[in-house]
Write a protein that binds this ligand. Structure first.
Ligand SMILES: [Zn+2]
Length: 68
């Protein structure tokens, strides 16, 4: 099960909760103030601005190979 990070905007409490995919749409109550106004933090797996990836220059096609 994936681990989600949540933050409570009311008290600023951050907490993690392991939820299944069927529960992922639900928002758990804040363990600090028991508020249900918690937000899911999208922090994991976020690769921002990686446009210059160093992929190998794969120039296949032209050359030897008569696939016709
Ligand atoms: Zn709270």
């Amino acid at each position: 099960m994936p681990l989600y990070e949540y933050v409570c905007p009311d008290c600023g409490q951050e907490f993690e909760k392991r939820m299944s995919f069927s529960q992922a749409s639900e928002t758990p109550a804040c363990p600090n103030c028991n508020g249900t106004n918690t937000r899911k933090k999208i922090s994991l797996f976020s690769s921002s601005g990686s446009s210059g990836s160093s992929l190998g220059s794969s120039s296949c096609g032209s050359g030897s190979g008569g696939f016709t």
